[in-house]
Design a protein around this ligand. Sequence first.
Ligand SMILES: Nc1ncnc2c1ncn2[C@@H]1O[C@H](COP(=O)(O)OP(=O)(O)O)[C@@H](O)[C@H]1O
Ligand SMILES: [Mg+2]
Length: 316
Amino acid sequence: MGGTPASQGPAIVVAGLRKDYGKLHAVDGVSFQVRRGEIYALLGPNGAGKTSTVEILEGHRRRSGGEVRVLGFDPGAGDRHLRERVGIVLQSGGIDSELSVKEMVSLYAGFYARPRDVAETIEQVGLTSKRRARARTLSGGQMRRLDLALALIGDPEVLFLDEPTTGFDPNARRDAWDMIARLRRSGTTVLLTSHYLDEVQQLADRVGVMSHGHLVEESTPDALGGRDVAGTVISFRLPERLRASELPGGPWDQPTDRAGEYTMHTDEPTRVLAALTHWAVEHDLELPQLTVVRPSLEDVYLRITGQAGVGAHNGG
Ligand SMILES: Nc1ncnc2c1ncn2[C@@H]1O[C@H](COP(=O)(O)OP(=O)(O)O)[C@@H](O)[C@H]1O
Ligand SMILES: [Mg+2]
C-alpha cells in the first residue's frame, strides 16, 4: 500500500469535528492530527467528548459535522481496507463468551489477512496462564487485557485505546503501560483516551486536553499549561536574625510571607534561584527549607479544564 499520498500523511486527521446528541454539542469543533508512530492522548474528565471523538474515528458513530481521516480513509465509509489496519479497544469492553482466551484470539486472528501470532499476542498481554480459561470467567483487569489482545491480533497500524487501564490495579497498569511502550517501539500509532494524568505523562508524545466538547490545549505532557517554564514556586525561610526588608532586589516581585515562610512565583526559576542563592552565599546564610516546586500536572489540568468550563458550551 506504500507510495500513495495517504501513506505519507498523518495517521489521523480530525478537522472541525462535531457530534450532537439532540441539543447537546458533545464534540464542538475539535481539530487535531496524529503523526505516524505517535502516541497521542486525549485527556479530559468524564463527559468531555473523548469517547464520541474516538468512536467516530473507529467508524462506530456518525459525525454531525467536520472531517476525519484515518490512514487517509474516511472511517464513516466502512472500508474493509481500513478495518484491517486498525485495532480497537472500546471503553466498555468485556466479553461474555464460553470460548477460551486462546479460542477468542484465534477466532479474531481469522478475520485478518496477516494476523500476529496467537500465542505471542496472548503472552504480550500477560494472559498465557489464563489461555484456557473461558473469557466470561476473567477478572475485570484480565478482560481488559483480552480486549487489548483482540485489538492487537490483526497487527494494526493504528490502535485506538479508550481508557485502556480504567479499573486496573497498579500492577496491571504498569504492565499495560509497558505493553503500550513496546507498541511505540514497533511503530504503531496509538490514540488513547485517559483521565489519568500519570498515564498520559508516562505514555503520550502529545496530549490534547478536552473539556466540554472542545480541545482546550494541545502540547507535550511536560509543557502542558506552560508547565515547563511557568509558575514555578520557590519558597524558603529566613534565618531568625533577618527580616524580609533585608532581602536584596532581584528578578522577582516582593516575596509573600506566611508564618515566616517566603514564597516567590516566577517564570524564570533558574535566574531567580541563582540571584537568591548567590546573595545567601555571599552573606554566609543558609536559607532553611529552600524548595522549588512546579505545579503538578493535576494542578495544571484542573486549571485548564476549570477555565474552559466557564463558558457553558453545551446547549442541553
Ligand atoms: N449515545 C449518546 N446519547 C446521548 N448523549 C450521549 C451519548 N453518548 C455520549 N453522550 C453525552 O455526550 C457527552 C460526551 O460523552 P463522551 O463522548 O462519552 O465523553 P467522555 O468519553 O469524555 O466521557 C456526555 O455529556 C455524554 O453524556
Ligand atoms: Mg469515555
